[in-house]
Design a protein around this ligand. Structure first.
Ligand code: GCO
Length: 261
């Protein structure tokens, strides 16, 4: 028996049209899973489905707004009917707004909380209804360094990701008895579109992250594949409510002075 084999399993990845979501989806497909990709932009979805097909993976796309109760309910019902049972849910869709807190509007703050925290609640509750009936399921919430640490300008994001860590533990608590394992992945600093504004063009944050990370580099989105497969597979059947940080060691260390090798 291969503990990590996902053949015959179906995985729904929110925000799976690009970035970390796409890499995690590809990891699941390599392990044998069938992909169901959620996004909200028709153009991005078309490009993503082409990319999955070219990579040799089977993927179906569903456009819906993860913050909208009605849309989520209709779409999950439709997926369950048209494609089949959702065995694995990756709550990956997320946004960030980098605005100093003293200047941030309530509307901006709430929007980040809505996408990064309320949406995983809505999607998990909806998929959870099916998983509870089946007495089986894997849910992975994509947390962040900001589930543990603060940083200038990201108050809403840190509040949401800290909340998502605790939502993960609470979901794990309520649903372990139904054989649903709920865990989180906390990516460190990864080279994606989302971090481009603080990584490219000689931005000082680029050097800062390289020196702050014991592994001495930004994460490559493919670095997330193994942990994603583990938490989606039989190998993690007694792992509940854990957040696995895939961060090149950032959270293991206090850091070092800039004159130290
Ligand atoms: C930032 C970054 C982070 C990362 C990531 C860290 O502005 O500090 O964008 O928030 O995206 O979530 O784990």
């Amino acid at each position: 028996m291969n503990l990590f084999d996902l053949t015959g399993k179906r995985a729904l990845i929110t925000g799976g049209t690009h970035g970390l979501g796409m890499s995690m989806a590809k990891g699941l497909a390599v392990a044998g899973a069938e992909l169901i990709i959620n996004g909200h932009s028709p153009d991005k979805m078309e490009a993503a489905l082409n990319e999955y097909t070219q990579a040799g993976f089977q993927a179906k796309g569903y456009l819906f707004d993860v913050t909208n109760d009605e849309q989520v309910k209709q779409s999950i019902d439709k997926i369950e009917k048209e494609v089949g049972p959702i065995d694995i849910l990756i709550n990956n869709a997320g946004i960030i707004k980098r605005i100093p807190m003293a200047e941030m509007s309530t509307a901006d703050f709430q929007q980040v909380i809505n996408v990064d925290l309320v949406a995983p609640f809505i999607v998990s509750r909806t998929v959870g209804h099916y998983m509870i009936q089946r007495k089986a399921g894997k849910i992975i919430n994509i947390c962040s360094m900001m589930s543990e640490l603060g940083r200038n300008t990201v108050s809403a994001y840190a509040a949401a990701k800290g909340g998502l860590k605790m939502l993960t533990k609470n979901m794990a608590t309520e649903w372990a008895k139904h054989n649903i394992q709920v865990n989180g992945i906390g990516p460190g600093y990864f080279a994606t579109e989302q971090t481009a504004p603080i990584r490219v063009g000689g931005h000082p944050f680029n050097e800062f992250i390289i020196s702050r990370t014991p592994a001495g580099r930004w994460g490559d989105p493919d670095d997330l594949m193994g942990t994603t497969v583990f938490l989606s597979s039989k190998a993690s059947d007694f792992v509940n409510g854990q957040i696995i940080y895939v961060d090149g060691g950032i959270l293991a260390t206090i850091g070092k002075p800039s004159n130290e090798a």
